[in-house]
Design a protein around this ligand. Sequence first.
Ligand SMILES: Cc1ncc(C[n+]2csc(CCOP(=O)(O)OP(=O)(O)O)c2C)c(N)n1
Length: 668
Amino acid sequence: MQSNSIIKSPIKFERKSLSSVQLLDLYVALLKPRLIEEKMLILLRQGKVSKWFSGIGQEAISVGVAKALNMDEYILPMHRNLGVFTTRKVPLNRLFSQWQGKQNGFTKGRDRSFHFGTQEYKIIGMISHLGPQLGVADGIALAHKLKKENKLTAVFTGEGGTSEGDFHEALNIASVWDLPVMFCIENNGYGLSTPTTEQYRCKDLADRAKGYGMESLIIDGNNIIDVYTKVSEIAESIRENPRPVLLEFKTFRMRGHEEASGTKYIPEELMQFWEQKDPLKNFRQFLQDENILTEDQEIHFKDEIKAEIDLNLKEANEETLTEFSKTKELNDVYQEFVYQEVNPDTNTENIRFIDAIAQAVKQSMHRHNSLVLMGQDIAEYGGVFKITERLLEDFGKDRVRNTPICESAIVGTAMGLSISGMKAMVEMQFGDFVSSGFNPIVNYLAKSNYRWNQNADVVIRMPCGAGVGAGPFHSQTNEAWFTKVPGLKVIYPAFPYDAKGLLNTAFNDPNPILFFEHKALYRSIRQEVPVDYYTLPLGKASVIKEGEKITIITYGAGVHWALDAINEMKLENVELIDLRSLQPLDKEAIINSVKKTGKVLVLTEDSIFGSLASEISAIISEECFEYLDAPVMRLGSAETPIPFAVALEEGYLPKTKVKEKIQQLIDY
Ligand SMILES: Cc1ncc(C[n+]2csc(CCOP(=O)(O)OP(=O)(O)O)c2C)c(N)n1
């Protein structure tokens, strides 16, 4: 059982300086989500709503927080925060349509319940994974701070969600960067069936703030006056002096986790105890005792809300069911991007791959005032590969930001910047570490545009690849983790010229992009590259050599292995395709070439199983079967983690086997 030390039943209300009008306004705001939920529970029993996560008993928190914030301040609610939506006056017909999966909802039927955001009402809804939105709140708050707007952002989590790494990462970032975030924990006693005793071991979750050097406060979450007045006071103080504050609201979940799951595991006495502390009934009693709320007013408020519910429900019910259109669905996976070609000046210089990347970052920083760079050690230190060296002097600490070691919440922060209309770049120190930020990339950034039309204007730079003797955790080429996720773009250049032009375009493109940079190419590959800014289109392969005998399709380091093999074997008439962009993939270039040569080798540094090479091989089998004069051949790394020792790494990589494989294809 959670600590109830500050809460004595029944609730003690003190009206403080609130006028009767304000108190009645709070009452109506509290009544509305309760009446909507009561209606939803009936509809649920009739099978007219698919799932319902009840917030009954917790409404004072949603309502109090939403009332205390200004309408232009973002709130990031969870699944039990209907009161946030009603207090922000989100039209009920749209909410009902959302829950019925209809077009007039907020996700065109693509996501359920409260899993949506709306810029119009400054509400950014959760994703199912709970924790990621805490980092997103950091990003929104960072945008406010950089724009010098005196606004705060409120983000919700349950006490269960505080066990996730995202909670700790987000609090830490907010603290280190003094971000104006109000972290609101709704401690309702249970995370699904798990009681607080099995969730955490500190007395109060508010105590966690101390560890992050943050202020905190415990608030009786069932007392609307307390919630509203205390949150208002703290909000004002955060606006004046931007910083994060952790609030723990003590409350209780009065119904099952979701309606079907029941409450059998909750002791009866505990239910009864909290039943007496119902936030709505107690507040009503207080208002009646104080002669602020009359019987007639009570009836009038209820009738008015019920009429509003019925009218809006009728409207939603009459709306036709959502129908499937493949074109419409596909059109919304990415935000539209109209490529603007910027032609290179004739003035060129011979630079390394790494210089090309550094130039693109710097020139894009000049071009986009709202672009913020984030990564470990990227500021004074210049990043472990020195790509961001001296950018701090040019652009300042606001835009060139060292981050704590917390990939997940930093990806979330980048998303938050995008929600605020800014651009973000995240440098993974090594591409391998993206696994620690995997969840928000594949679930938040990738899916937001499709779900509720919110793009993620984020470039994640990925120093990757083997051949440098760095072992299993500093050598991976993990592009295939991302190429299969709709909503992400994946770029993987092999030459300095392409790297610079494509990275510039990546910063222009409003979609989330993983930009792979092979470490072994950084300092070994040079090329004449335009000095000035220029762009190259995404999704276009580069035909490096034209020929009719065989086709070699590859990307990244593979391009250089293929070139070496072709030179050493003195081969002519070989077509070599450098994909450059893996998602979108230039299928046309692949198909046209294979139709011409009839023989193809797909070469990748990745191990073959489930790799992009396998996908390309399947495309060729489907599209070019009649044109093939040999089976589609694939060559990749061994099916093991990447080993460290020189001989082992050499044996692992396909580099030494390229010539043999090419010969095999020619001889077939
Ligand atoms: C990463 C992740 N793990 C597990 C779940 C399943 N799940 C959904 S809600 C929930 C309980 C959340 O508890 P809490 O954060 O306290 O919020 P409450 O539901 O009590 O409001 C669980 C386990 C999930 N959605 N995401």
